[in-house]
Structure formats: structure tokens, C-alpha cells
Design a protein around this ligand. Structure first.
Ligand code: MN
Length: 235
């Protein structure tokens, strides 16, 4: 095969470590569920009626991913940068229009993640009916721990929490997710041909709030693992 000639060196593939192995998980796309815990929907001034609604999704570039242990600058153009701790589902197989039963078989593993959010810009976008991109698609604004293999096992309970500077800020249970992991994968697969390497952030429990330069964040999910993330000075 002829060697490709690029104008400049393409970016390195985005990947995450897998616990217990030296092999890395190649990351394809980052999908996020908007509201998946009733208590968080309430704190955002809304509620979710599962019978009449479908999940809300948004995306971030894979290039926005930061590994656990990173320090990210406090981002520009916000005065209200928020933490959202979330269970991350890592897909090891693809699927299109799959059933919830088929969806479980696509699960490679799980990680503990953060969906960092410029809350002030999100509120302004909601008020004007504008897209959320600059509120959500923030450089180093999608954080993930290493991936722990699960091989099709569905997580349907377990504590999820976040501490900032040692103080508990978010605490919930995966059992309180409005849409289950198989339901999310199946629904998302009606819009996209899901593929191995896709990550799905499954929503945050209540207690979201602002971070400041110098803050140290520690996320934890029972049966999955923990995550550390530091906020550096503003650029
Ligand atoms: Mn979120």
C-alpha cells in the first residue's frame, strides 16, 4: 500500500487505558445523555416524563477527552464552569437499530467520567434556543478514568459520587437513572451507526456546581473506579 502524504502530521488517535492491561482502548466518538436522573432534572428547573419523552443527546469531539490525572486550564468565556460526574459506557462492538437485549452485548466496559460544562453559556443557549456546542464541547472538558472491562454486563446500581477539595458535592446511585444503559444504547442506535470505540456518558446525579482554579476533583463509581482531575489557572 502506498504511503499517505499528509500536509502535516495528523493528530495521534485518542485512547484510554484499560485496567489490568497495557492495551489501550481507541476512542471514536463521545455521546452524552442530557438528563438521566430526576433529581438533577429538578435542580435544572425541569422534569423528565419517560412515558412521553426520549433521551436528549449532545456530543463532544474525541479530541476534547482528558485522562484522569490531568490538569486542565480554567476555560475561557465562562464564569460558571460546572462539574457533572457520570458513568461512561465504552462500546466494544457496533450496532444500528439494536434492541435493548442486543445492546448489552455491545458493552466493552465502564469508566468514571466528568461532563464539564460552561453552565452560563448553556443557560443562555437554552433561553435563546441556540445550540449547546460552546457550552459543552470544551477543550479537556470530557474527562475519563481508565476503562474497566465488563463484557456485556449491565450496571444497574452502585454509588456514584464527586468530591471537590475533599468535600462531597455529588452523590447518587446508578439505580436512579431514568433510562437504563441498554435503553440508552438502543435509542442512540436509532440515530447513529454505533461503533466500537464510542463512549456514552450517561448523565449526572444531583449536586452539580461550579469549580475554581486550583480545585481538585475526585469522582468515584462503585464497581468501576475513581477519577482525579485538577483545574488550573485561567488562560
Ligand atoms: Mn452531563
Amino acid at each position: 500500500m502506498a504511503e499517505m502524504n499528509y500536509l502535516w502530521t495528523p493528530p495521534a488517535p485518542v485512547s484510554l487505558p484499560v485496567r489490568g492491561t497495557s492495551t489501550r482502548f481507541p476512542v471514536s466518538r463521545l455521546f452524552f445523555v442530557g438528563r438521566n436522573y430526576q433529581a438533577h432534572a429538578r435542580e435544572m428547573g425541569t422534569s423528565v416524563d419517560k412515558a412521553s419523552m426520549r433521551p436528549v443527546y449532545f456530543t463532544k469531539f474525541a479530541a476534547m477527552l482528558a485522562e484522569s490525572g490531568s490538569t486542565a486550564p480554567y476555560p475561557p468565556e465562562t464564569r460558571d464552569y460546572h462539574h457533572e460526574v457520570e458513568l461512561v459506557v465504552a462500546l466494544g462492538a457496533g450496532g444500528f437499530r439494536v434492541s435493548p437485549q442486543q445492546a448489552a452485548g455491545m458493552i466493552y466496559g465502564y469508566a468514571c467520567g466528568l461532563d464539564m460544562t460552561r453552565r452560563d453559556l448553556q443557560a443562555a443557549a437554552k433561553a435563546k434556543g441556540n445550540p449547546w456546542d460552546v457550552a459543552k464541547n470544551v477543550e479537556m472538558g470530557a474527562v475519563s478514568s481508565e476503562i474497566v472491562r465488563a463484557d456485556g454486563r449491565v450496571l444497574d446500581r452502585g454509588e456514584i459520587s464527586l468530591k471537590v477539595n475533599g468535600e462531597l458535592r455529588q452523590h447518587g446511585d446508578l439505580a436512579d437513572m431514568i433510562w437504563s444503559i441498554p435503553e440508552i444504547i438502543a435509542d442512540l442506535s436509532t440515530y447513529y451507526h454505533l461503533q466500537a470505540g464510542d463512549l456514552i456518558y450517561t448523565g449526572t446525579p444531583e449536586g452539580v456546581g461550579p469549580v475554581r482554579p486550583g480545585d481538585h476533583l475526585e469522582g468515584w463509581i462503585e464497581g468501576v473506579g475513581d477519577l482525579r482531575f485538577d483545574i488550573g489557572p485561567a488562560e
